[in-house]
Design a protein around this ligand. Structure first.
Ligand code: HEM
Length: 408
C-alpha cells in the first residue's frame, strides 16, 4: 500500500443517511481531488476506494483484480466476516479465472432472457396475488415491505429455484445468525452446521421429487459430472448464495423504487399513463438508487495503475456502485431521477465484467411487472407517513427501508 497522511483517511463502509443522496463523504473526496482514494477498513487496514464510473468498469473487468475472498489480505468489511465463507464451497462471487468461468457456465442458461421471459406469467400471478392480499388488509396504513417487497422476491425465488418459500425464509434467518448474530467462532460454526443440515434436507427432498426447476437441473448436472451421487455440499452453497444474493437485494430495490416513485407524483403519473416507459424507468431506478453500497470488493494480484494511482499487488479495492452511478462524467445531471433518461449500459448497479450479476434479467422482469401491476391496480397508492420519518437499514450489503407504511 502506498504511503498516505493517515489522519485524513475516511473509514469504510461509508453509509447513506438519505435514500436518494450520495453520502457527503464521497462529495468531500471529490472536492479534495484525485480519482482514487484511500480508506480505512474496520480492521484498521487501508484499501483503495473507486468512485469514478470509468475506473469502476476498468477494475471490475480486469482479471488482475481478484474476487477470491479467502486470499490472505483480502479486504474485510467486518472483523471475522470472511471466516463464514470457509463453511461453504466457494461459489461464483468468491472465484477467479477459469474456475469461475466454468462455474458460471454451469448455471448461465438458467438466467437467460428466454427462461426469464417464460417465467413472466408466473411472476405476474405472484405479484397479483400479493396485491390482492394488500388490498384485502382490514386496516390502513399497511406496511408495503411486509406485504409486498419482502414476500414477492421470496415467492419468485421459490418458483425459480424450486425451493419452498418457508425453507428460503429459514435459510435467510440462519444465514443472518451465522453472519451477524454469532459472537464467537463456535457460535458461527454451530449456525453454519444448522444451515447445512437444513439445506441438506432441502436437497434430499428435491432428489426424491424432482421437477422442472433450477435445483432439480443442478442436482442432475452434479450427478452427471460426478458419475454418481450429487455433491450436496456444493449444491447447498449454490442455493445459499442465490438466496442471499437474490432476496434482500430485490426486496430493497422494490421498496426503494416504490418510495422513489411515490415521492415524485409527476413522474409517477407519466409512468402510469404510459407503461411502455417502464423498462427505461426501471433502468433509471437501478442507476439512481444503486443499492449495493459496500461492494463489490477486490484485491490486486499485480501492480496496476487506475485513475493515475498505482495500486500495489495485495492492496484491497472497493467499488461501491452508488458514486460510480452518480458520476457526472458518465451521466449528465447524475443526481436527478429522470425516467425519460435514455438507458445507459454504463451503469454498474449489477456490477460489470466477469462477475456481473446473474440475476439481473430476473430482477428487471420482477420490477417491471410489479410497478406496472401495482400502479395500474392501486392508482391512489400513497405514503402514509412523512418520508423523513421512515426507518432504513442495511440488509447485508443492500440499503433499503425496513418499513414503508402506505395507504390508498
Ligand atoms: C436489485 C437486485 C440486485 C442487485 C442490485 C444485484 C447486484 C449485484 C452485483 C453488484 C453483483 C456483482 C458482484 C461482484 O462483482 O463482486 C452481483 C453478482 C451476482 N448476483 Fe446479483 N444483484 C441483484 C439481484 C440478484 C438476484 C435476484 C440473483 C439471483 C437470483 C442474483 C445473483 C447474483 C450472482 C449469482 C452473482 C455473482 C455472479 C458471479 O460472480 O459470476 N442477484 N449482483
Amino acid at each position: 500500500m502506498n504511503e498516505i497522511a493517515t489522519d485524513a483517511v475516511p473509514e469504510f463502509p461509508i453509509l447513506r443517511t438519505c435514500p436518494f443522496s450520495v453520502p457527503d463523504t464521497y462529495r468531500k473526496l471529490d472536492e479534495v481531488g484525485g480519482r482514487v482514494h484511500q480508506i480505512r477498513m474496520s480492521d484498521g487496514r487501508l484499501a483503495w476506494l473507486i468512485t469514478k464510473n470509468e475506473d469502476a468498469r476498468a477494475v471490475l473487468s480486469d482479471a488482475r483484480f481478484s474476487s477470491e475472498k479467502l486470499r490472505p489480505g483480502f479486504p474485510e468489511l467486518s472483523p471475522g466476516g470472511l471466516k463464514a465463507l470457509t463453511y461453504f464451497s466457494p461459489f461464483l462471487v468468491n472465484m477467479d479465472g477459469p474456475e469461475h468461468s466454468q462455474a458460471r457456465r454451469a448455471v448461465l442458461s438458467e438466467f437467460s432472457v428466454r427462461r426469464i421471459n417464460a417465467m413472466k406469467p408466473r411472476i405476474q400471478r405472484i405479484v397479483d396475488t400479493a396485491i390482492d392480499r394488500l388490498l384485502a388488509q382490514p386496516e390502513r396504513p399497511v406496511d408495503f415491505v411486509a406485504h409486498l417487497a419482502n414476500p414477492v422476491p421470496t415467492l419468485v425465488l421459490e418458483t425459480f429455484l424450486g425451493v419452498p418459500a418457508d425453507d428460503l425464509d429459514t435459510i435467510e434467518r440462519n444465514t443472518e445468525k451465522m453472519l451477524r448474530e454469532a459472537r464467537t467462532e463456535e457460535e458461527q460454526r454451530a449456525a453454519a452446521e444448522g444451515l447445512h443440515a437444513h439445506l441438506d434436507a432441502v436437497i434430499a427432498a428435491k432428489e426424491e421429487n424432482p421437477a422442472d426447476d433450477f435445483l432439480s437441473r443442478q442436482i442432475e448436472r452434479s450427478r452427471r459430472e460426478r458419475g454418481g451421487a450429487a455433491d450436496r455440499f456444493e449444491l447447498a452453497s449454490l442455493v445459499q448464495l442465490l438466496q442471499i444474493a437474490g432476496h434482500a437485494s430485490s426486496a430493497a430495490m422494490i421498496s426503494l423504487s416504490v418510495l422513489t416513485l411515490l415521492s415524485d407524483p409527476e413522474q409517477l403519473k407519466e409512468l402510469a399513463a404510459d407503461p411502455d416507459r417502464t423498462p427505461a424507468a426501471v433502468e433509471e431506478l437501478l442507476r439512481f438508487l444503486s443499492i449495493t453500497d459496500t461492494g463489490p470488493l477486490r484485491m490486486a494480484l499485480e501492480d496496476v495503475e487506475i485513475g493515475g494511482v498505482r495500486i500495489r499487488a495485495g492492496d484491497g479495492v472497493i467499488i461501491p456502485t452508488l458514486p460510480a452511478n452518480r458520476d457526472a462524467d458518465a451521466f449528465p445531471d447524475p443526481d436527478r431521477f429522470d425516467i425519460r433518461r435514455t438507458p445507459d449500459t454504463r451503469h454498474v448497479a449489477f456490477g460489470y465484467g466477469a462477475h456481473q450479476c446473474l440475476g439481473q434479467n430476473l430482477v428487471r422482469a420482477e420490477l417491471q411487472i410489479l410497478l406496472d401491476r401495482l400502479f395500474s391496480r392501486v392508482p391512489d397508492l400513497r405514503l402514509a407517513v412523512d418520508p423523513g420519518a421512515l426507518p432504513f437499514k442495511y440488509f447485508g450489503q443492500f440499503f433499503g427501508p425496513s418499513e414503508l407504511p402506505v395507504t390508498w
